[in-house]
Design a protein around this ligand. Structure first.
Ligand code: ASP
Length: 439
């Protein structure tokens, strides 16, 4: 077995966390390739090293003194090195970083040093080889990730190292300069390394024991999702559930490598498995619930709309012309409704309305705001009778008015629109009927 293990910033925030990570890696010889983030927050209110590095660069590029912030960053690493009783010195590295920042090396270079230095410390602590991501992860001249070149070069390199640490978050441009992924991008590096190493599993270690059935800010101690498919995850992530960087799915999905989300602070918990497909049924018929507030609906009616060729396209054209992305479009025989994000829509509202009148000549047009959308997602819904019925009776019992219903054609999810004010209560009612009652 070959496992790639990625550790997030809170798992590596100080020496104590590093020691936990060391125990996790050493307890399983299959954990051969390690992808660290930069040290994160030690306590709430603390600053992540990545953010300190951005601060440094802001000062450097404004020609201001950044020595104080750089010293603070140095202090974070020295505390870890001392706490682990290592004899490593980062003198030379910090001299170089100081020089490069003074010479205008830029934001990406600055930010990447958090992972780079953590990789050096981690490799020293574990006795693993250090592979600089700049030598094995590539971007093309447009700044897009070059997956094929990376996969070829990284794959060859990993064949030469039995155990290695590859820092997350960055790679190199064709001219050798450093480029980072978007924030949280070490997750992507972990997935890229998993693909190149032909790993059996990509373990992503964080500070929660996986995905939860519902948002813990709404439901107290929600149950954990044991297994979720990539498609279900995509639906829930789109609706706001987040643990993993979205772009980290593609590299591993291509190779059919499962992702296992694990908790550094509770390593015995098996976490959540993210898989392509599974025969395992979700414990509760539904896999998860997620949602977002702040939508508007634009409802349009026109007699004989259904037989008017191109009507829907013309309506949608009015949104496209204003560069507004569309969330959902449930429709009836002579009606259709377009759901959009309120904050994106408000300033362009009148331009869209006049566009619709000009392009599609509707009989009636009505705008409503203050709507929330809730996605109830589950691969098991397809083969279970009465799921939608249970959702709606739960909402009716809770005296919640359902403003919209949209069942995706894949039968993987049901989207429900309710008033913003009913959002939390609606999620509570759906959670209760599926998870707590389990009838
Ligand atoms: N350190 C980077 C960030 O804070 C990348 C990561 O942690 O994944 O966004």
């Amino acid at each position: 077995m070959k496992k790639v293990v990625k550790f997030g910033g809170s798992s590596l925030a100080d020496a104590e966390q590093f020691a936990k990570v060391g125990r996790i890696i050493n307890s399983d010889k299959d954990r051969r390739y390690v992808v660290p983030s930069a040290p994160g927050k030690r306590v709430s209110g603390d600053t992540k090293v990545t953010d300190l590095l951005y601060q440094c660069e802001d000062l450097a590029s404004a020609g201001k003194d950044f020595a104080g912030v750089l010293r603070e960053i140095r202090g974070r690493y020295d505390d870890i090195i001392k706490g682990l009783s290592l004899s490593l010195s980062l003198d030379e590295e910090f001299e170089k970083i100081n020089r490069m920042l003074s010479e205008g090396a830029g934001r990406d270079y600055a930010a990447s040093r958090g992972e780079y230095l953590n990789g050096i410390v981690m490799a020293d602590y574990l006795g693993f080889s250090f592979v600089d991501a700049a030598e094995v992860i590539f971007f093309n001249a447009n700044g897009d990730f070059d997956s094929e070149k990376t996969n070829a070069v990284l794959g060859e390199r990993l064949k030469t190292v039995e155990r290695a640490v590859i820092p997350g978050f960055y790679g190199a441009m064709p001219d050798g300069s450093i480029r980072t992924f978007s924030r949280g991008g070490s997750d992507i590096t972990g997935a890229i390394v998993s693909r190149a190493a032909h790993a059996d599993v990509y373990e992503n270690w964080t500070d929660v024991s996986g995905f939860l059935v519902a948002d813990p800010r709404i439901i107290k101690h929600p149950k954990k999702i044991e297994t979720i498919t990539y498609l279900e995850l995509r639906e829930l992530a789109y609706m706001g559930a987040s643990v993993l960087h979205e772009d980290s799915i593609f590299p591993v999905r291509k190779e059919g490598i499962p992702i296992n989300i694990r908790n550094t602070n509770d390593p015995e918990d098996d976490g959540t498995w993210i898989v392509e497909s599974t025969a395992k049924k979700s414990r509760y018929i539904i896999t998860g619930i997620a949602g977002k507030k702040g939508f508007c609906s634009v409802s349009i009616a026109k007699d004989m709309m259904n037989s008017e060729v191109g009507f829907v396209r013309r309506v949608l054209q009015a949104f496209e012309d204003q560069n507004i992305s569309i969330e959902h479009v449930p429709s009836g025989i002579d009606t259709m409704t377009v759901f959009v994000h309120e904050d994106e829509f408000v300033s362009k509202e009148q331009a869209v309305v006049s566009g619709i009148y000009r392009l599609a000549r509707p009989d009636v047009l009505e705008i409503e705001s203050g709507l929330a959308l809730i996605a109830v997602v589950g691969r098991g819904m397809k083969s279970t009778r009465g799921t939608a019925g249970r959702i709606f009776s739960a909402l009716a019992h809770a005296r919640i008015n359902v403003r919209m219903i949209d069942q995706g054609s894949s039968e993987l999810n049901v989207i429900i629109g309710v008033d913003n004010d009913d959002f939390e209560r609606a999620i509570e009612a759906i959670y209760a009927i599926f998870v707590e009652t389990q009838i």
